[in-house]
Every structure is written in structure tokens, then in C-alpha cells.
Ligand binder design. Structure first.
Ligand code: UT7
Length: 332
């Protein structure tokens, strides 16, 4: 259990998904694939992508504005901005600084975190500490990912999986007993080369994995990641539930990272959870990395699916390798 002086929770949510849609049928024209294969093996029907000349941070700006509006918090009241991203437009300035400037959060400290698809949980965990300890009052945590820019559109193993989107939340002090109850973060760098996106350096071995010559594209050992994902999601879930002495049946909602419906279904089957506790977005957005949890959460909230007092669980896995979970008593 987290021993903190203040209870910290989500007081506003927002998201942004670009308009342009790329269907499975569109992909059939790019690579040797089929709508049937993609839907059966991944659960994805379409994904949204930004135009090539539009920077990824534009999605984060929009999601942030919507979260601030939902929270009723002014940009000047934000003390901290953390952006989770593995697709930053610039190495410097950080996406968090760019967004800070755009929304006028003049009093905020801002930085990025890269824990791949687990990054939103990592970022929430860091922001939570600052508020719980009384250092800051409000934090903006954003997952912002434009994976269409780092996909090799000639590689059918990966290009069918990913999309672009951003989700944001505002964190603040909430009533005692509500908000973030517990969290767990895991990493295993020894297995890290199972998902790679080279940046300033690429080894000969990594070059060979990219025969089309797009050296900054995402490569992964899909089968191995699949196995790791199902296991990581269930161990991370049980970690926080055991800490809190909470039975799985007491969870009202689960927000898993959505990379493949078969991964989610494998994990929930293992845990004995029914799929009516999940707000699925993967069919229409694909894998949007660390934006998947906040986008799903924002949509579920706006559709009126979440109610005050709900026990919810966030759980994710991804490159690094990383994994993590967080239990929240919903306070909105
Ligand atoms: O967010 C975290 C990172 N990513 C993930 O979590 C993804 C984890 N992995 C997966 O979701 C799955 O492993 C994939 C969706 C990537 C692949 O599904 P799979 O059921 O593991 O397929 P596979 O890699 O075993 O491939 C089966 C066959 C292969 O053909 P052969 O060798 O059996 O003749 C592939 O070449 O399917 C072929 N294949 C395709 N066929 C049509 C691979 N991609 C495609 C495609 N369309 N797009």
C-alpha cells in the first residue's frame, strides 16, 4: 500500500484521435494481407493516422485542452506536465515542453517519460508522488503516440497493428480513500531487444531485421511479445490486488493496454474476469501504445460507464520490456 499524506486521483480526462481512417481493406493494397487475417489475429478493423506532415504533439495539445476543460482547471494551475511517448517529434525539446508552451501552462515543470506502451502507468505513478507529498497540486499526464511515423508500411508483420492518438488526465487531490490505491511497475531490460525502434544508433543485427531499409522503424518478435504480454498482465494485476487484499470480483472496470484482443482475452481468461468490464477501443484505433489506456478511459467516462466508487485497474506491458498496473477508486 502506498503510504502518502494525500489521496490523489483523476479529476479530468480528455482525448484526441485524428480524423483520417486507414481500414484493413486499405492495407490490403499496401501489403500481402487480408481484412479477415487482421481481424481474426488482432481484433483490429481500422486505425486512425495523422497526415505525414502533422507533428504528433498536436494530438497531445488537443487531448490536454479537453482534459483541463473536463477538470475545470486552468493551464496556469498546472504544476507538472508528464508526457508518455515513444514517438517524440524532437529529442529536444521534449513533447511535454512543447505542449506546455502551446497550452500556456506557464507554471508547470515538464518532461517526457518513455516506458513504451506501459508509459502511461509509469507517468501517472511519477506524477502521483509529487501530489501525494504536497509538492504540487495539479499534474497533467498525457499519453501521446504517432506510431504511423515509425511503422514500415512495407512490413505486414507490424504495419497492420498500429495507429495514432493521444489521451490525457488531470491529477489532483481527492477525498480520502478515493483515487490511486496502489501501483506496481516492472522492467526487464535483458529481454529488451524483443521490441526495438532505433534512433541515433543501429547495429548490423538490427539493420538485418529491416530489409526495406527503414532503419528507424518498429520491429518486434510478435510471438515472444505475445507470450510475455499475457503473463505480465496477469502478474501485474495480481500484484496490486494482493497488496490491497482485493478480490478480482471486486473490480468494476479494467483498462488494459490494447495491443491485440487475443492478448487481452488470454489475460482476462487467466484471471477469471469477464469482458463486459473492459471498454474495447482496439477494433477502431489499433495499438496506440501508451495512449490506449487514457483514450479508453476518456471514452468510457464520457459515455457514462464509470461511476464514483468504482474499483478500476489499469494494466499494461510493452517495450523495454516493461509492465505495470495501478488500482484506482474512481472519484469523479
Ligand atoms: O504493444 C506491445 C507490442 N506489440 C504486441 O503486443 C504484439 C504482440 N504480438 C501479436 O499481437 C501477434 O504475435 C501478431 C499479431 C503480431 C502476429 O500474430 P500471430 O498469430 O503470432 O502470427 P505469426 O507471427 O505466428 O504469423 C503467422 C503467419 C505467418 O505466416 P507463416 O510463416 O505461417 O506462413 C506470418 O508470415 O501469418 C503471417 N502473417 C500475416 N499474414 C497476413 C504475419 N502478418 C500477416 C499479415 N497478414 N498482416
Amino acid at each position: 500500500m502506498i503510504k502518502s499524506t494525500k489521496s490523489v486521483g483523476i479529476i479530468g480526462t480528455g482525448s484526441f484521435v485524428p480524423e483520417k481512417v486507414l481500414t484493413n481493406n486499405d492495407l490490403e493494397k499496401l501489403v500481402d494481407t487480408s481484412d479477415e487475417w487482421i481481424r481474426k489475429r488482432t481484433g483490429i478493423s481500422e486505425r486512425h493516422v495523422l497526415d505525414e506532415d502533422v507533428p504528433n504533439y498536436t494530438m497531445g495539445i488537443e487531448a490536454a485542452k479537453r482534459a483541463l476543460e473536463d477538470a475545470g482547471v486552468e493551464p496556469e494551475e498546472i504544476d507538472l506536465i508528464i508526457v508518455s511517448t515513444e514517438t517524440p517529434d524532437y529529442m529536444s525539446p521534449s513533447m511535454a515542453c512543447i505542449i506546455q508552451g502551446a497550452i500556456g501552462a506557464v507554471n508547470a515543470a515538464a518532461f517526457d517519460i518513455n516506458a513504451a506502451c506501459t508509459g502511461f502507468i509509469y507517468s501517472l505513478s511519477v506524477a502521483q508522488q509529487f501530489i501525494a507529498n504536497g509538492v504540487y497540486k495539479h499534474a497533467l499526464v498525457i499519453g501521446c503516440e504517432g506510431l504511423s511515423k515509425i511503422v514500415d508500411w512495407k512490413d505486414r508483420n507490424t504495419c497492420i497493428l498500429f495507429g495514432d492518438a493521444s489521451g490525457a488526465v488531470v491529477l489532483g487531490v481527492v477525498d480520502e480513500g478515493y483515487g490511486i490505491l496502489d501501483l506496481f511497475l516492472g522492467s526487464n531490460g535483458a529481454e529488451g531487444m524483443k521490441i526495438t525502434i532505433p534512433n541515433l544508433y543501429i547495429s548490423e543485427e538490427e539493420k538485418k531485421k529491416r530489409p526495406n531499409g527503414k532503419f528507424n522503424s518498429l520491429w518486434m518478435d510478435g510471438k515472444e511479445v505475445f507470450k510475455f504480454a499475457v503473463k505480465a498482465m496477469s502478474t501485474a494485476t495480481m500484484h496490486v490486488l494482493d497488496n490491497l487484499n482485493l478480490d478480482i470480483s471486486e473490480l468494476d472496470f479494467i483498462f488494459p493496454h490494447q495491443a491485440n484482443t487475443r492478448i487481452i482475452d488470454g489475460a482476462i481468461k487467466k484471471l477469471g474476469i469477464t469482458d463486459d468490464k473492459i471498454h474495447y477501443i482496439i477494433n477502431k484505433y489499433g495499438n496506440i501504445s501508451s495512449a490506449s489506456i487514457p483514450v479508453a478511459m476518456d471514452e468510457a467516462q464520457r459515455k457514462g460507464k464509470l461511476k464514483k466508487g468504482d474499483n478500476m485497474l489499469l494494466v499494461a506491458f510493452g517495450g523495454g520490456l516493461t509492465w505495470g498496473s495501478m488500482a484506482i477508486k474512481w472519484n469523479k
